[in-house]
Design a protein around this ligand. Structure first.
Ligand code: ATP
Ligand code: MG
Length: 398
């Protein structure tokens, strides 16, 4: 069956009343970016969008828009004229391609009540025509193998029989910005993508400690940013922060079993400063409760003490297997497991405190003046922008 359009159903946008148009416009922009270089064109209205395939195949276009957040589901449709004979023929042709299952039903949505036949009449007329011209099929209203949908609009009719659910969520860029703490591991890219799915724009920070960490480790993080950006359909800015001096200072001056706690506190404190400078409203990380010493509740309590910023931990209660599954789904897993070590692995203490005490942590850090080191790091930040191209920026819409 050669479809000519794709019907796009909105996700959580439909819950919005006041600023719905803004959400729809951003979604339209994101879809337009994803379709760049194809013939396909997008038109949106209040309740759904329609992509005119213009000779592109349904499959090609679906792959372009599959991961655009804000799309709940899609159907490949035939857009035809408002003529009952054309509707009957189109439905019969569609039914003739049903290879598995023998039962069907016709479902009609008449969004324009001026059409000459009512819902029951359309169902009846089309149903019997389909059955007559496809002898191998019979009607089953309760549990059909196939449902042929007919949507009657003011100036057109859609006929379709497939319905594919995508990821839902809200259009990327409608939910403010957050700063992602991005390591080269499995969890943080997934955490970033989970938040992006809810419409939040992502900017990222990665701490590297050359020469202890290699160029390959940083390249891997850049590659992760590229994958995430391709997935989201928008550019991502990555700030690569030189952490060597701070880490070696901690290594020398803080007792070994508290060095992990202080390292994390410094990372978070620097992230907060960058979040403020970049207009990010929250910090996102890939922490998972109880996974390692730095992620016990008491560790989080002591680490979190450096900031009042909201911290989003979308993976907090996931099973590791679930995170791996998501990483596979998002296409980040293979890159995440490349063996280059990051700064936390290299400076890892032998016995990090599982239940660090805040008073002790403050006592150890009190003797060190981190401020000049932090500012020096900011002066030497390297900014990397992902490769994803954008046709229109958010500023054009918001
Ligand atoms: P990940 O797989 O994301 O590395 P993890 O389970 O290995 O997570 P940790 O290494 O303890 O856990 O890190 C916890 C979180 O701290 C990470 O998810 C990430 O958000 C942040 N983080 C760790 N190392 C870095 C780094 N070098 N740069 C930026 N953020 C980091
Ligand atoms: Mg890690």
């Amino acid at each position: 069956m050669k479809y000519n359009h794709i019907l796009v159903r909105y996700g959580e946008i439909t819950l919005k009343t006041r600023n719905r148009n803004m959400f729809i416009n951003v979604l339209k922009r994101n879809i337009k970016n994803a379709l760049a270089g194809t013939q396909a064109e997008i038109k949106t209205d209040y309740s759904s969008a329609l992509i005119d395939l213009n000779d592109e195949s349904y499959e090609t276009v679906l792959e372009r828009i599959r991961y655009i957040s804000g799309i709940l589901s899609v159907s490949p449709v035939l857009k035809i004229e408002r003529d009952i004979e054309v509707i009957k023929e189109t439905a019969s042709n569609m039914a003739s391609s049903f290879s598995d299952g023998k039962s069907f039903k016709i479902e009609v949505k008449r969004q324009d009540k001026t059409f000459e036949y009512d819902t029951g009449e359309i169902q009846q007329m089309v149903g019997s025509h389909v059955q007559m011209s496809n002898e191998h099929l019979h009607v089953n209203v309760k549990a059909p193998d196939h449902t042929i949908m007919i949507q009657v609009k003011v100036d057109r009719v859609y006929v379709y029989c497939e319905h594919e659910y995508l990821q839902g969520g809200l259009p990327y860029g409608t939910g403010g910005k957050a700063l992602l703490l991005l390591s080269g591991g499995i969890d943080s890219p997934v955490a970033g993508l989970e938040v992006a799915k809810k419409g939040v724009e992502i900017e990222a920070i990665h701490f590297h400690s050359p020469p202890y960490t290699s160029k390959e480790a940083t390249d891997k993080v850049k590659r992760l940013v590229d994958i995430m950006s391709e997935r989201i359909g928008a550019k991502i800015k990555l700030h690569i922060y030189p952490f060597t001096d701070i880490q070696t200072t901690i290594y020398k001056k803080v007792p070994d079993n508290y060095s992990m706690t202080s390292t994390r506190r410094l990372m978070l404190s620097i992230a907060e400063r960058l979040a403020i400078r970049t207009g990010s409203l929250a910090i996102v990380n890939g922490e998972n409760l109880g996974q390692v010493a730095s992620q016990t509740l008491s560790s989080m309590h002591v680490i979190n003490e450096v900031t009042n910023y909201p911290i989003l931990r979308p993976l907090l209660s996931h099973e590791k297997m679930e995170i791996v599954e998501l990483a596979n789904k998002y296409g980040t897993f293979e890159t995440s497991i490349l063996p280059f070590e990051d700064c936390c692995t290299i400076f890892k203490p032998k016995n990090p405190k599982i239940n660090p005490r805040l008073d002790k942590t403050l006592h150890f850090e009190d003797k060190i003046d981190f401020e000049p080191l932090i500012e020096e790091g900011f002066k030497n930040i390297i900014v990397y922008e992902s490769h994803e191209k954008e046709e229109e920026s958010f500023e054009d819409i918001l």
